[in-house]
Design a protein around this ligand. Structure first.
Ligand SMILES: O=c1[nH]c(=O)c2ncn([C@@H]3O[C@H](COP(=O)(O)OP(=O)(O)OP(=O)(O)O)[C@@H](O)[C@H]3O)c2[nH]1
Ligand SMILES: [Mg+2]
Length: 215
């Protein structure tokens, strides 16, 4: 069976990606299933750049196809911030709670509460060839958190059609409309094509003994 490595350290993302890919003929592995690998610097200007960096680096280092997600919250009134810096909004080692607290503070007394989650998923092979999928989800920011589910900014992200925040719905409900859910739905719909693409693009390196014709 094909192996696909989820190139993320984020447990919330991992849960959502694993859930949507269950039932497909692919063995999903986490970075934790391998020995320590170096941290990837996420210094790209776009979600696209960073998703590709993470997926192609993991694929090259591990020798398997890898899927990475780069995502974040884009807030109208903050000129698109925190954007690609969503995970580190309140500082380099910020927790979700710290990021949420900073966002509440920065949005104090601001009337325009419009925000969107954006996600780019990259599936890469060790040669660097890659496929890209995107998703976006629009909502509004509350003034204080609501709900216990999800991760990141979910307790502040109010989705009008649900009348709830993403932290007040189940993971399955969130995935029906979320940025990551939408990108993953395309992955799911195209999964047969992706498997064919992997077959064509994964380099088949014969063991040295075979290359010399002795097997
Ligand atoms: O409330 C949220 N619901 C979501 O559905 C969601 N998706 C992304 N985010 C935020 O954006 C950062 C991604 O940054 P990011 O793509 O660099 O990921 P990360 O650093 O957490 O993990 P990794 O995948 O890079 O290992 C995350 O940490 C979160 O703060 C979300 N917040
Ligand atoms: Mg990251």
């Amino acid at each position: 069976m094909n192996i696909l490595v989820l190139a993320t350290r984020n447990k919330g993302k991992t849960r959502e990606m694993r859930d949507m890919l269950k039932g497909f003929p692919v063995e999903i592995k986490n970075l934790d299933d391998f020995g320590p690998i170096p941290e990837i610097e996420e210094d790209g200007d776009t979600f696209d750049d960073n998703a590709y960096k993470k997926a192609s680096f993991a694929a090259r280092v591990l020798g398997y196809p890898a899927m990475a997600d780069d995502s974040g919250l884009v807030v109208d009134a903050l000129d698109g911030k925190p954007g690609v810096h969503s995970a580190r909004f309140a500082g380099e080692n910020a927790t979700d709670q710290m990021n949420v607290a900073k966002l509440i503070e920065d949005m104090q007394d601001i009337e325009n509460r419009r925000a969107a989650f954006e996600c780019v998923i990259s599936i890469a092979v060790p040669t660097g060839a890659a496929l890209t999928y995107e998703g976006r989800c629009e909502g509004e920011l509350l003034e204080s958190p609501r709900g216990e589910n999800g991760f990141g900014y979910d307790p502040l992200f109010y989705y009008p059609d649900f009348g709830k925040t993403f932290a007040e719905v189940s993971m399955e409900e969130k995935s029906l409309v979320s940025h990551r859910g939408k990108a993953l739905q395309q992955v799911v719909e195209e999964f047969d094509k992706i498997l064919e693409w992997l077959d064509i693009n994964m380099p088949r390196i014969e063991p040295v003994a075979c290359q010399s014709g002795s097997c």
